[in-house]
Design a protein around this ligand. Structure first.
Ligand SMILES: Cc1ncc(COP(=O)(O)O)c(C=O)c1O
Length: 392
């Protein structure tokens, strides 16, 4: 490689891809006089369900809300156990705690970073009620094996699809052919973003109905429409619920982002292919391995450094990338290493060797549709230069 020259401008880790299309729809919504949950939220739910191929989609203010509600629809609570992965964001586990149940972690498959079905099996007890598999980074979990375990032990499956809109398992979009639920995130960094927002998809009528009620304070159906002409002012609270609904300004963004989903994804795929090709040549970098059953939506592009071949560790690698004006992140600090989970549930360092080995090595690089060819080339050069400079 010719001598590396640090560029002047910093490449942020993430920049949302928002165009005039989304901006105009938000402005139209502001002018429409209906800002809360209303026609655009309903339209977004419908369009989203059609897109993923689920019977229902219930829009919420976050994926965290959707994950919580998914478990509540099954009456999961105190005394129950729910199995999830420690290699995830806090919400996959905290929503289990919020129901009163105990989060039980199972180690990852080092290949994909997703929960390992063999590890799940070892954690199933008579108290286990559900599994929350996380389609980590956009890789898909080994769903056939997970549903096999669920069937054998009568467990509910709440897929955490926060990263996995567009990902496919055996050729089918995550959310298509669901037997439990899938929860998606539209947080600012996600492949489809509404700033904050989430969606619960299901094919089950009862789950969808209960989820709608739980997200709107426990109000009887269609309460959002009570201010419209002909709307009914009288409502009942059928169970104490939550204020978890999406509203129309978010849905305005979501509707237009969904229209642009394929265009945005194609850009992601092109960038990911360039990264895979270039980093695949570096022996001190492990690139993501996509199993034969999956199609990766590249929400996150995560490399693993091979510390044995370098004279710096992951943290120093990140610092040096930052000095070269490349923003990065780490997904995730394992949840079992968080003090709250150690104090409340007794987890310790060393409990999940694959997760911890993975964590010590990972770096998330910038990958978003608005990255220019020049920026992508620069990121590749910066990583390559660091590997060459620090190779033992
Ligand atoms: C794996 C995973 N699950 C759940 C969530 C929660 O999503 P939200 O921020 O929409 O609540 C996130 C957030 O990034 C996540 O990464």
């Amino acid at each position: 490689m010719s001598e590396f020259v640090t560029r002047e401008q910093f490449i942020p880790y993430n920049v949302p891809d928002i165009t005039e299309l989304e901006i105009n729809e938000v402005v139209e919504t502001l002018k429409s006089g209906w800002l809360a949950k209303g026609p655009r939220t309903i339209a977004f739910e419908k369009a989203f369900a059609e897109y993923v191929g689920s019977r229902h989609a219930v829009a919420m203010n976050s994926c965290t809300a959707a994950l919580h509600v998914a478990l509540l629809t099954q009456d999961i609570g105190a005394g129950d156990e729910v199995i999830t992965t420690p290699m995830t964001f806090a919400s996959s586990a905290s929503t289990i705690v919020h129901t009163g149940a105990t989060p039980v972690f199972a180690d990852i498959d080092y290949r994909t970073g997703c929960i390992d079905p063999d590890a799940i099996e070892k954690k199933i007890t008579s108290r286990t009620k559900a599994i929350v598999p996380v389609h980590y980074s956009g890789q898909v979990c080994d769903l056939d094996r997970i549903y096999e375990l669920a069937d054998k032990h009568g467990l509910f499956v709440s897929e955490d699809a926060a990263h996995a809109l567009w990902s496919r398992y055996q050729g089918r979009l995550i959310g298509n052919g669901l037997r439990g639920t899938a929860s998606y995130s539209f947080y600012a960094t996600k492949n489809l973003c509404t700033g904050e927002g989430g969606m619960l998809a299901t094919d089950n009528d009862k789950i969808a109905e209960r989820a709608r009620i739980l997200t709107s304070h426990g109000m009887s159906q269609n309460a959002w429409n009570r201010y419209a002409k002909g709307g009914k002012w009288r409502y009942d609270i059928v169970e104490p619920g939550y204020k978890y609904n999406m509203f129309d300004l978010q849905a305005a963004l979501g509707l237009k982002q969904l229209e642009r989903m394929e265009e945005m994804q194609q850009k992601r795929l092109k960038i990911a292919a360039r990264f895979q090709e270039s980093f695949g040549k570096l022996d001190a970098i492990e690139i993501p391995q996509v199993p034969e059953y999956g199609l990766h939506c590249w929400h996150l592009y995560i490399i693993r450094i091979v510390p044995e071949l370098l004279d710096i560790d992951r943290d120093e690698f990140i610092t040096e990338l930052n000095e070269r004006n490349v923003g990065t992140s780490v997904h995730f600090i394992p949840v079992h290493l968080m003090s709250a989970y150690q104090k409340q549930f007794g987890y310790r360092e060393g409990d999940f060797p694959n997760t911890e080995k993975h964590f010590e090595r990972i770096i998330s690089l910038p990958l978003y549709p608005t990255l220019s060819d020049e920026q992508v080339g620069y990121i590749i050069d910066a990583v390559t230069d660091l590997v060459e400079k620090h190779h033992k």
